[in-house]
Design a protein around this ligand. Structure first.
Ligand code: RTP
Ligand code: MG
Length: 148
């Protein structure tokens, strides 16, 4: 079973897309293990995006991510990382196909609504940045026993 870290970025929160995005993941059959609504401090933005610290777009990315509250989540499921990346769509909304979250709701790479872990290892790393092990709630969902 894989776990993915998902963050609805400030533009997604401001546009009222939290419910829409959660609904898509629930209908797919994924299970939420944790969630928190907050404004991210600078150190966790840097840790989250450590692979991009030296990129030219990082200062703008940091300003964007810290411009308002974000909605942080942990999702679990069979192949959850790849499935969530396909539900999210391509990084650049120009390439994100309709039916994906970015394909349906975004027009600009610098305002692309949502983050999702790009590998199972990234998922575990990113979860540990934002959540403690006590924050992850263990339970069995009906959907799980029906699906797997
Ligand atoms: P994310 O990490 O946010 O889920 O997005 P991603 O994997 O699809 O894309 P990634 O390459 O990790 O880039 C992280 C975020 O940085 C912003 N970005 N801006 N202006 C640019 O060229 C540029 N490139 C990336 C985007 O907000 C992207 O989601
Ligand atoms: Mg990324």
């Amino acid at each position: 079973m894989e776990r993915s870290f998902v963050m609805i970025k400030p533009d997604g929160v401001q546009r009222g897309l939290i419910g829409e995005i959660i609904s898509r993941f629930e209908r797919k059959g994924l299970k939420m293990l944790a969630a928190r609504f907050e404004c991210l401090p600078e150190d966790r933005v840097a840790a989250q995006y450590n692979e991009h610290l030296e990129k030219p777009f990082f200062p703008g990315l940091k300003t964007y991510i810290m411009s308002g509250p974000v909605f942080l989540m942990v999702w679990e499921g069979k192949n959850a990382v790849g499935i969530i990346r396909s539900l999210v769509g391509a990084t650049n909304p120009v390439e994100a196909v309709p039916g994906t979250i970015r394909g349906d709701f975004a027009v600009d790479i610098g305002r692309n609504v949502i983050h999702a872990s790009d590998s199972p290892a990234s998922g575990e790393r990113e979860i540990a940045i934002h959540f403690g092990s006590d924050d992850l709630v263990a339970y069995s969902g009906i959907a799980e026993s029906m699906l797997y």
